[in-house]
Design a protein around this ligand. Sequence first.
Ligand code: ADP
Ligand code: ZN
Ligand code: ZN
Length: 840
Amino acid sequence: MSQLSLNTFEEDSLRKTYFVQVLLPVPIPKTFTYRVPQKYEEHIQVGIRAIVPFGKKKIITGIISAIHQEAPNDYEAKYLLEILDEFPVVSRQQFKLFEWMAQYYMATEGEVLNVGLPSGLKLSSESKIQLNPEFQLEQSPYIFSQIEEVVINLLKKEGLLSYQQFAEITNTKQTSVLIKDLLKKQVIMLIEQVQERYKPKTEKRLRLQKDWLDKAQLNELMQQLDKKPKQLDVLLKYLQEVPVFNDRSSNYTGVAKSIFKEEQFSISSISTLIKNKIFEEYEVITSRLDYLNRQENLDHEITLSPAQEACRDELNTIFTEKDVALLHGVTGSGKTEIYLSLIREVIDSGSQALFLLPEIAITTQMIQRVRKIFGDQVGIYHSKFSDAERVEVWQGVAEGTINFVIGVRSSILLPFNNLSLIVVDEEHESSYKQYDPAPRYNARDTAVVLANIHQAKLILGSATPSYESFYNAKTGKYGLSILTERYGEGSMPEIEVIDMRRQKAKKLVKDDFSHSLLAALESEMNKGNQAIIFQNRRGYAPYLQCETCGWISECENCSVSLTYHMHQHELKCHYCGYRQKSPSACLSCESTALVMKGFGTEKIEDDLKLHFPDVKIQRMDRDTTRKKYSYQQIIESFESGETQILIGTQMVTKGLDFENVSLVGIVDADRMMYYPDFRAHERAFQMMLQVSGRAGRSHKKGKVWIQSFQENHPLFSFLLKYDYEGFYELQLKERHSFFYPPFCRLIKIVLKGSQADAVRNGARLLHESLVSKMGNQRVLAPHEPMIAKIRNIYHMEIWIKMEKGYPLESTKNQIKSTVTKLQENSQFRKLRIVFDVDPQ
Ligand code: ADP
Ligand code: ZN
Ligand code: ZN
């Protein structure tokens, strides 16, 4: 007896205490140590989520990143409250990527986790909780405790509860357990913002009540209904759609009630049939990815043209030696088809593939095509999708049910564990770069590292590669494969530059349109063709100016001019959303001689509607595509030929594929070329080539008209010949002589604050101490950015320019510690200082 108790005692005192490091989605550069309650010891794993206390009252979800037995020596570790997963939701490879991103982009791993992890996976005291719309108490297989039932009823009544309200009902210790259990039983879901509340789409359906499924019964029913022809019609239609006679089980899914919408069926007889217990009406939830999910027959075939096949073989050959290949293929060459055929091979071999696209290029067109080939192995990750949809993809990837993801830049942060191939299409796109919040990463460059972590291959594809990538390909760091011909019968459209100076002198310009462009448009419209008109500026007129005193309408909070929006007769700031009624007289001298200067898409739309009153014209820009499906609607209407002229900002330059477009007009090329940025010419060339690529995609010959006051600019001579490389060579010489990427590395430091003086002085001091460490060659003088004030916050920038080979990691650490030092001074404590590595 005594023997035994001694043993127990000994064992108890020798029992090991476990600790975990938890990575929290907060901007603090370290992980936190928590103690593991004994009941969880066996369940602890790296990569699962844990709920932990944070600060005085908060609770927050983090990821366990390490398990060990060393108690922290300067404080007593708190117990973690709860673990949320049985299997890791963050993969081993992801931890490596997070670490790299945090280091390279001068952010913290917590910030990386925060942008990566969908909010539905982050339970915290800030969480809001709603009932899962798919939950039905009567049908749930689970047993619910009393307190759970209280909560369910309350949620039914209130719709939405905060974590605090939850905690008031239960006691604080139990709250997270309760939430976890309800999550597991699929009763509730977490949401971050009220707007995001997830309501599923439902559909009303009809089926026969079970009693009628016997052949004999059914025959009798038909006889009964013989005297009620309207009801019989409904039944016959039903039997025509659902072969109950041959297959009773087909009744189970029934038909959508909407098929009886046609005139020949009477609504009231359907109601009678339901009332008489012949039909049963029920509701189903159509999947969240509804419009993407249309059941279509899988079609595994991808047939490549000889040129495409040669290109694919070339890529495979490159991959025997290199991990990254640049595919430079003209617009319409069918790069997507090549990617898909390579992705097919990867998935068939049981590994994962990731296909990154700019948000705007993930069209229904594209998704349907891919679903047809890959079925539901594909996950779509798009920023317009709700958080619930993102959680679905995240978990699918972690659990291995999704092998292939098509997504926007943040899909680089999904929990892959077995990637073999990454494709970054339109790799030149600046939307791969995240501006805010940190980490300010570029998904294209991060893909190179991700590929390396997984020993995967990477294809960067574009008709107009970024100069960084093209340089890497030319110098042999990446492989290069070139596709010069369009798929099928399409050929590259002819480009003509209109000399606006001469046209203006000859009085051949009306409403910013040259006579030639209008005539060409008219002729194409008469032939029944379609046109795209491109202007990289939304709104009506960029600004309002007083002709008497020169006053310009400016935003009160930002140092930018206000944009005139005709529809609301308002002046708006595109940076802070400030708006005011358009004044009828100058606010400075009261003269009424106010004129509109410049022009945006909205004005072009109005002008063209006057020129072509009988033509259906639509506009696609940020103002017309705010709703989830409005973008889709515009595209579909243009695709079907209903819309004849599509006016748009750079939204129209991406990935769209319309057969019938024979004319592309670029209204103001100069706007893009004379932008104060070393990449302005690169971008202008890319944009013009991309938008030109929308014409002449079928047998129809296309033509591109470009209006410019600088028609002798060398850019055009290369553009007319589609000479991407020629213009690249020319630009590269300039980049070299002015020492810009790809010849140097840039880091942008931005200081922000509400006190102009503090911002300016802080920038001056920071500059001084950085110069003393790195030399004044590498640290450029502080300057105001083009827009020096946004929402009443003043901005100053310092650019760091480093030659290749200059130590990067230590320099970044040096910059960080210099900034920390600066902020120890109370004068500068309130400044927000952000780092942007490889700014775009
Ligand atoms: P890119 O992305 O290179 O500009 P796309 O992938 O949009 O070109 O292809 C242009 C058009 O040609 C699309 O309509 C595409 O469906 C079609 N296409 C390209 N290759 C094939 C192929 N091998 N089989 C069938 N259609 C193809
Ligand atoms: Zn004035
Ligand atoms: Zn503003």
